[in-house]
Design a protein. Structure first.
Length: 126
């Protein structure tokens, strides 16, 4: 018939604090977006700065690997998972999709590992 009073109080608190939390998360995602695009460029991957969502789509063409090869070898060699661009259609070949919905610490470590990989692609079979 009606929601418990405790649930109603929790909903009111969430509504009252939502704007502050949404703004805090928006700032965190913006910081991660700027960090990730800057770091990808620093390690030699061309990348446009996204204007929405929480993914970047850097080019991996300079590696000479297909999107699938790049993803498999990065995963096997450095334990970093990214999504092959061709999963998004033929125009995505030569790119990978990377989410920045991870912690800053995870993104920093992933970039470090990607830099190692780019210096010497592994050619490892999983």
């Amino acid at each position: 018939m009606c929601e418990p009073a405790l649930s109603q109080e929790a909903a009111l608190a969430a509504l009252a604090q939502a704007d502050t939390e949404v703004e805090r998360m928006r700032e965190q995602y913006d910081n991660r977006r700027r960090f990730l695009t800057g770091e990808l460029r620093r390690i030699g991957m061309t990348c446009f700065e996204p204007k929405g969502a929480f993914y970047v789509f850097p080019s991996i063409r300079s590696t000479g690997l297909s999107s699938v090869q790049f993803c498999e070898e990065l995963l096997c060699g450095q334990r970093v998972a990214v999504v092959p661009g061709d999963a998004f259609g033929p125009g995505g070949e030569g790119f990978v999709r990377i989410s920045y919905a991870y912690s800053q610490e995870h993104l920093t470590e992933a970039i470090r590992r990607m830099e190692v990989f780019l210096e010497n692609p592994s050619k490892t079979i999983c």
